[in-house]
Design a protein around this ligand. Sequence first.
Ligand code: GLV
Ligand code: MN
Ligand code: MN
Length: 399
Amino acid sequence: MWRSLRPIGRSDASGGYRRYAWTGADADCRLWFRMQAEARRLDVETDRNGNQWAWLGDPAAGDAVVTGSHLDSVPDGGAFDGPLGVVSAFAALDELRARGVSFRRPLAIVNFGDEEGARFGLACVGSRLAAGQLTKEKAFELRDADGISLPEAMEAAGHDPESIGADPERLARVGAFVELHVEQGRALDLSGDPVGIASAIWPHGRWRLDFHGEANHAGTTRLVDRRDPMLPYAETVLAARRAAELEGAVATFGKIAVEPNGVNAIPSLVRGWLDLRAADEATLSATLGGIHTAALEHAERHGVDLALTRESYTPVIDFQDALRDELARILAGSLGKVPVLGTGAGHDAGILSASVPTAMLFVRNPTGVSHSPAESAAEDDCVAGVRALADVLEDLACR
Ligand code: GLV
Ligand code: MN
Ligand code: MN
């Protein structure tokens, strides 16, 4: 599976993946999913929001056990964030068939669309739409960097955008969702465990800061006459770091757009995107308040106007105790006491947890690096992850 997935959307220059929603690379990932499913005699359906489901058994029977993750990536993403959960799901099914089990509940493997939000700026679009946490109207407002709207991109990829929206009937078929994911930190490496269970996802969000100044000549405009938006932007980046340190949060400016983006012109606009996360909502809100206040002060000092827009927000997710404890009990036989970890990374499982019982398994990442071509996982640990997932699916779907 890894061999056939490896070239899809891979940049030779960076060695990273550029698998963005509704692009050619995304279509190739979807075709890969379909071929894996069909090779296993699973019934593939694409739901109204573009998520792919591969079914073993009758979906209409309800109380299905569902596993899977996503195949899209961040810009120059690693090979494992997302795909490890999908590959492990197919491998776990192979393992269960090799064990000769019989299924008491329907089983599905899912590939959620547009988890990373790399193209349209909002993460988990496929699961948010299905769960009714993103309306069709809001989704229709999303645009990529070239001004192409989400419905235009869907239509160009052959998906009817008019059909998107909450899908309670489909989610009502799901009795439990278990997402396996590469760990995006070093907790398992430090504890010496190949596999962990998720406790919670930190609250997190994305904010856009537009600093509006005045375009002018880089050579002839006296420093005192400038309204240069790059200056308060730069000071805000530093202030965000200080606020995050002070409050115990994490703040990142990882994307910036400059207009007119000329070497010899003072910018008219600097637009920066803030990704902010913290263990609890009070800390996140205090950090945001600190950053906003600093940004306003710096903007005013430089004669620049600032607009702050919240583009997305996901509250804290506490995974259901019952299913989490169930996973710990199932895995205790083969792995002993499995660590239970919180994470600062967002997942479709977090979105779904408001609608269905949901749990997550993490597989050790020896460096902790993620959202980078350097992301890695050892083969033995991936195999341990597949076995753990197979044990969980067997317990939930076959007993
Ligand atoms: C998704 O991986 C996110 O946490 O941004
Ligand atoms: Mn990710
Ligand atoms: Mn992911």
